[in-house]
Design a protein around this ligand. Structure first.
Ligand code: GLA
Length: 367
C-alpha cells in the first residue's frame, strides 16, 4: 500500500481488508439472541501492517489524517480506541499480540450506519492474528472484536457487525443465529433475479445514537426479565399481554416479529424467490418506526419515496436514528428510484442523500 510506504519508508509485511456491511433484515435482534441477515459491502477498510519487536503500536489513519502511537499502559480515545481495543481484547484472551506499525485507509462511509468501526476492528484483528501467527479460529473472532467495541470503545453493540465483517462471503448474505453463532451462507444474487439493492445514505445527522441504542437494549433486557426468559428470542407475541408497560410491549413486539421476518426472508431466498422479500423489508421498517421507534424523518422519507417510485420493498438498515436505507428495485430502475428519493429530500429541505448500488462482497481477508 503506497500510503504505508510514504508514512514508514518501507513496504509492509502484508495488507488486510475487512468490509462495511448492510443488514438485509433483522434489526436490533442480535443482542436479543435472535437472527440477522447482513451482507458485506464492497467498501472496505484496508490495513497495511508490519511487525515490530517492542509492544508498541503505531497507527496512521488516512481518514483521521493522524498518526498515533500507544503501548499497553494507555487508554486510547477517539478512532484509535477501535485499534487499541483489539490489542487489549487479544491480550485479555491470552494471546501474545505482536507490536506493529499500521496504515489504515477506508472507503466505508463514516457514521452512515455501515459499520465502519467493525470494519476497522476486524481488519486490525485479522492483521494482528496473521502477523503474530495467533491460533484464533475465524468463528471466534467476531466475539473478540465485539468485546473490543463493548468494553474498550464503550458502545454496547451486539455481534452482527463484527460477524458480517469477518464471516460474510461474496455473493451471499450471512444468516446468523446470534445465540449459537451458527451461520449459513445464503446465496443472494439479486442481479440474476433482475433486481438490485439500492442503498441510500440519508446523511441524517445521527442524534443521541449511543444513548438511544443503549436504552433500546436495556428495554429489551427488561422485557425478557419480566417475562422470565433468557432473551426475547424465546418470547411469543401471546406472552406480551402480561407486560404492563405499553412501551415494553412495543419494543418486544418489534424483536419477536423481526426475528420471524428474518426466518421468512431466509425461506424465500432459499427458494430463489428474491422479489418476494420486498414486503418483509417494508414491514421491518414499519416495525422499527412504530414499535421500536428508532427511525427519523429522513429515513422514513427515503423509504416512502423509494416505495412510491416502485421499489419492491425498503427499510432502514443498522442501529437507527439516521444512517442508510435499502431498497429492493428492478435492475434498470436504480437511477430513477434514487432520483425520486433525492427529490423528496429536496422538497423537505434535507441535505442531498447519497445513493449507491450494493453487491455482496467478501468478509475479512489478507490481500
Ligand atoms: C448496530 C449494532 C449491531 C446491531 C444493529 C441493529 O449496527 O452495532 O450490533 O444491534 O445496530 O440491528
Amino acid at each position: 500500500m503506497k500510503q504505508f510506504v510514504t508514512v514508514y519508508g518501507a513496504e509492509p509485511d502484508g495488507v488486510w481488508a475487512a468490509p462495511g456491511r448492510v443488514n438485509l433484515i433483522g434489526e436490533h435482534t442480535d443482542y436479543n439472541d435472535g437472527f440477522v441477515l447482513p451482507f458485506a459491502l464492497p467498501q472496505r477498510t484496508l490495513v497495511a501492517a508490519s511487525r515490530v519487536d517492542t509492544p508498541t503500536w503505531t497507527v496512521w489513519s488516512e481518514q483521521a489524517d493522524e498518526q498515533i502511537t500507544f503501548d499497553l499502559s494507555e487508554r486510547v480515545p477517539g478512532w484509535g480506541a477501535y485499534v487499541a481495543g483489539v490489542v487489549w481484547v487479544l491480550r485479555e484472551a491470552g494471546f501474545d499480540v505482536p507490536g506493529a506499525r499500521m496504515a489504515v485507509t477506508s472507503d466505508v462511509p463514516l457514521g452512515a450506519g455501515l459499520s465502519s468501526s467493525a470494519a476497522l476492528e476486524s481488519s486490525v484483528l485479522t492483521a494482528l492474528a496473521d502477523l503474530g501467527g495467533l491460533d484464533l479460529p475465524v468463528d471466534e473472532r467476531p466475539r473478540l472484536a465485539q468485546r473490543a467495541e463493548n468494553d474498550y470503545a464503550g458502545m454496547p453493540c451486539g455481534i452482527m457487525d463484527q460477524s458480517a465483517a469477518i464471516r460474510c462471503r461474496e455473493g451471499h448474505a450471512l444468516f446468523l443465529d446470534c445465540r449459537t453463532l451458527d451461520v449459513e451462507h445464503i446465496p443472494f444474487d439479486v442481479a440474476a433475479a433482475g433486481l438490485a439493492v439500492l442503498v441510500v445514505d440519508t446523511k441524517a445527522p445521527h442524534r443521541h445514537v449511543t444513548g438511544e441504542y443503549a436504552a433500546r437494549r436495556t428495554a429489551c433486557e427488561e422485557a425478557a426479565r419480566l417475562l422470565g426468559l433468557p432473551a426475547l428470542r424465546d418470547a411469543t407475541l401471546e406472552s406480551l399481554s402480561t407486560l404492563d408497560s405499553p412501551e415494553l410491549r412495543r419494543r418486544a413486539r418489534h424483536v419477536i416479529t423481526e426475528d420471524q421476518r428474518v426466518l421468512d426472508t431466509v425461506a424465500l431466498l432459499r427458494g430463489g424467490r428474491v422479489r418476494e422479500i420486498g414486503p418483509l423489508m417494508t414491514a421491518s421498517h414499519a416495525s422499527m418506526r412504530d414499535d421500536f421507534e428508532i427511525t427519523v424523518p429522513e429515513v422514513d422519507t427515503a423509504v416512502e419515496a423509494a416505495l412510491s417510485a416502485g421499489a419492491h420493498g425498503a427499510r432502514m438498515t443498522g442501529g437507527g436514528f439516521g444512517g442508510c436505507v435499502l431498497a429492493l428495485v428492478d435492475a434498470g430502475e436504480t437511477d430513477r428510484v434514487a432520483a425520486a428519493v433525492a427529490s423528496a429530500f429536496a422538497q423537505r429541505g434535507f441535505s442531498p442523500p447519497e445513493p449507491f448500488v450494493a453487491v455482496p462482497g467478501p468478509g475479512a481477508l489478507r490481500l
